[in-house]
Design a protein around this ligand. Sequence first.
Ligand code: ADP
Length: 479
Amino acid sequence: MQTSCFIDGKFVPARSGNTFAVRNPATDATIAQVADGNGTDARAAIEAASRAFPAWKNLAAIERAKPLRKLSELMLRDAERLADLCSQECGKPLAEARVEVAYAASFLEWYAEEGKRVYGETIPASDPGKRLFVLRQPSGVAAAITPWNFPIAMVTRKMGPALAAGCTQVVKPAEQTPLSALAIAELSVEAGFPTGVFNVVTGLDAPSIADTFFDGLTVRHVSFTGSTEVGRILLEKSAANVVRVSLELGGHAPFIVFDDADLDKAVVGAMASKFRNAGQTCVCANRFLVQRGVHDEFVKRLTTAVAALKVGDGRTPGTQVGPLVDDAGLRKAEAHVADAVAHGARATTGGARATVTGCTDRFMAPTVLTGVTPAMLCFREETFGPIAPVCAFDTETEALEIANGTPYGLAAYLFTADGARIMRMAEALQYGIVGVNDALPATAQAPFGGVKHSGLGREGGHQGIEEYLDLKYVSWRIS
Ligand code: ADP
C-alpha cells in the first residue's frame, strides 16, 4: 500500500517528514500513516506537472488514450483490492465499493475514446480573403480537490477528461481517504503514463495546498467536489489569477412520487438513491415528496424495506449500510431527526443510533420520518445520512414549489407514468440532473453537475472534457 505523495513519478514523503493517520470509520482502526504534505509539496507537484505538460499535450490523442485505457483495465483487474481499500477508508459496504471501482474505471475508458474527438471548427468568413477557424487546446496544468464519499471515482472523473484533453494534473484527495488516490497513482505507473503527468499530494492542510493551486498562472483549472462552503472559498481564491473552476457542490435532492407511479419501482429507486453510502452522496434523495393518494402505501412499503436493511462494518459480508464517515456527520444526522421529531414528525423505523458489535458508535439506524414539513431542518439542509423524510403533497404545482424552494440544484427525481407531466416537470425543475423513474442517473457518458448553489461546470459526457480545453480562434488573411 502506497502512503507517500506521488510527485514526478515517484512516491515521496512530505517535505516536512510529517504523517497523519487514516482510520476506518467503522472501527477507528488505523489503516496507515500517510504523508502530510502541504503547500510546499503541492508546489513541487505543480512544477512536475508543468514540466510534463508540453510533451503530454503534443502527444497524439490516440497515444494519450493508451495509458488511460490501460489504467481502466488495471483498476478492473485489481477491483477487489481497490474496493476493500475504499471500504476501509470511507466505511461504505464492499458491494458498493465494487460498483464504485467499475464506475471509476468507466471514466478512464470513456475519456480515452472521447479525447480522440476533440474536433476544431471552421467558420465561413464574411470577408472572402480570410479563413477563420477554432482550435481546442488543453488549458495547462489542472488541479483537483476530491471528497471522501467516492474516494476512487471522484479522482478518475477528474483525471479521465483532464488527461485525455492533454492537461497534466495534481490531485489532492480528501484527508479521510487518501489511500485510494495513492492506489490509483501506483497503477498509473504500471499503466505507463509519462512522469509528472499525474501527481497526488496528500495532507491535512487543505487550504495551504489549495492556495498553491491559485497563486500563479501555471494551474489553469481547478476541479472541486465537496461542500458548498468550501466551493465558495475556492471561487473567491480563483479570482486572483482568473483560474477556471469546476465546482460539484452540495445537493438537496427532491424525490417526487406521484399517485400514478409504479410504487414498487419507486420504493426500489428510493432505497438505491437514499441509502447508498449511508446517504452520504451529493445526489442522494434528501426529501421525499409523495402525493397524498399513495402517501400511506409508499411510507408503509418504504418502512418495511428500510427496517430490513443490514447495518454494519462495510467489510462484513451482507452489510448494506455502513457508518457515518465521522462524528460530525453522525451529529448532523441526529440533529435532523431530533428537529423533525420535535416539530411533529414521527419515525416509522429507526430514529436513533444503531449499535454494531465491535465497532464505533458512528452508525445511524436507517430512518423513515413521516409528517415532515418544508419548515423542518431536514427539508432545508442536506442531511448526508440514512434518513428519509417524507412530506405529503396534493398538486403538481405544490410539489414543484417545494422541490425548487432551495438554493441547491444538483439532482431531482420523479416517479410517474404520465408522459406530459414528465416533460413539464423535467423542464421546470431547477436542477442539473433529473432522474425520471430512474434513481441512479450518473454515468460516464452524461454531463453531471448542478445549478444554483450546487456548482459550476459539468463532469462526464462530451461536455466534461470542455472544462479542460481552451478555445483559440485563428483568423488567417490569405488574400
Ligand atoms: P465534506 O464536508 O464533505 O468533508 P469538504 O468540502 O470539507 O467536504 O471537503 C472536500 C474536499 O475539500 C476535501 O479534499 C477537503 O480536504 C477539501 N477542503 C476542505 N476545506 C478546504 C479549504 N478551505 N480549501 C481547500 N480545500 C478544502
